[in-house]
Design a protein around this ligand. Structure first.
Ligand code: IPE
Ligand code: IPE
Ligand code: MG
Ligand code: MG
Ligand code: MG
Length: 295
């Protein structure tokens, strides 16, 4: 049985090497500036949680994780693009990301917006490339991931997050905001390998539930770390949420309440995973990782 640590130590370098190769545009004109802006955040030290999660879920269906690597890279690009936007002065107005100055602090807002935009376009270009799967399954994957990034996912959740921070009244439940801005892409990570392999409806539904609880857990812990960890450990600015009047599990339930809720989400994710009858699969490790992470 491969442990999560072993899995990460072999798979993460593969994802990072492929991200490096994919963005080695090597242009001889000033578009190099755009390429540098993209690589600045994409290749900076990160957990690579989503890319690794895609590869780990793939192991439920196949021993070969190399074929899914482009998908893992595309999801990391979509995620990194969302972080670059999230840090912009008009959004969370941050200066530190992945232990480095934010993209806009180094390359300016204009090139940074184009860098995040290019990451999104490029991710879809990669997802559209011929894959050794049934075309209808690849199309279904495209549909799923597009939804997870748009109004029913990241963009919708970020909209509610921003409007809520300026509103004196509660406009949506915190759970909805978190499910959209963070949960939807994590659901996509665990559902995509099942979709590509044409898994049965029951397996897909179960993985959807696992992803839902895991995604919410992931953002609750992000809220907790914002108030409990140091910027240096996080690689991003701590204590940002109160400063910006963000609606989080901390503002809603307090630190103890948020920790209890994280525990509850982790347990629910595991309960759903149990029904797959695949004991010791890597996804249990991802639930523990999301819960106990320190950055
Ligand atoms: C940060 O994501 C933004 C959230 C959705 C909480 P990660 O915590 O996965 O950040 P990286 O990718 O490791 O930098
Ligand atoms: C951002 O949530 C979620 C995204 C979809 C990018 P946060 O604003 O809490 O993420 P961090 O804390 O800046 O990484
Ligand atoms: Mg934000
Ligand atoms: Mg932020
Ligand atoms: Mg946060």
């Amino acid at each position: 049985m491969t442990t999560l640590t072993e899995f990460i130590s072999t798979t993460k370098p593969q994802i990072m090497a492929q991200l490096d190769a994919l963005t080695g545009f090597n242009l001889s004109d000033h578009r190099n500036h755009l390429a540098n802006a993209i690589r600045h955040t994409l290749l900076a030290p990160s957990k690579c949680f989503r890319g690794l999660l895609v590869c780990a879920t793939q192991t439920l269906f196949s021993d070969d994780t190399t074929t899914i690597l482009p998908v893992a890279c595309a999801i990391e690009m979509l995620h990194t693009g969302s972080l670059i936007y999230d840090d912009l002065p008009c959004m969370d107005n941050d200066t530190l990301r992945r232990g480095k100055a934010c993209c806009h602090c180094v390359f300016g807002e204009d090139i940074t917006i184009l860098a995040a935009y290019t990451l999104q376009c490029y991710a879809y270009e990669i997802l559209n490339q011929p894959m050794a799967v049934e075309p209808k399954n690849q199309l279904a994957m495209m549909h799923f991931i597009s939804q997870a990034c748009g109004i029913h996912g990241i963009a919708g959740g970020q909209t509610l997050d921003l409007i809520q921070a300026r509103s004196p009244e509660k406009i949506s439940p915190v759970e909805t905001i978190h499910n959209l801005k963070t949960g939807a892409t994590i659901v996509a990570c665990v559902c995509i390998p099942a979709i590509l392999h044409g898994a049965d409806a029951q397996t897909r539904t179960t993985l959807n539930h696992v992803g839902n609880h895991l995604g919410l857990l992931f953002q609750i812990v992000d809220d907790i770390l914002d108030v409990t960890a140091e910027s240096e450990t996080l690689g991003k600015t701590a204590n940002k949420d109160t400063e910006q009047n963000k609606f989080t599990y901390i503002s809603e339930l307090g630190l103890d309440g948020a920790k209890t809720e994280a525990l509850r989400q982790a347990q629910s994710a595991k309960d759903h995973l149990d029904t797959l009858n695949q004991p010791n699969n890597l996804l249990y490790g991802f639930i523990d990782w999301a819960q106990t992470r320190i950055h």
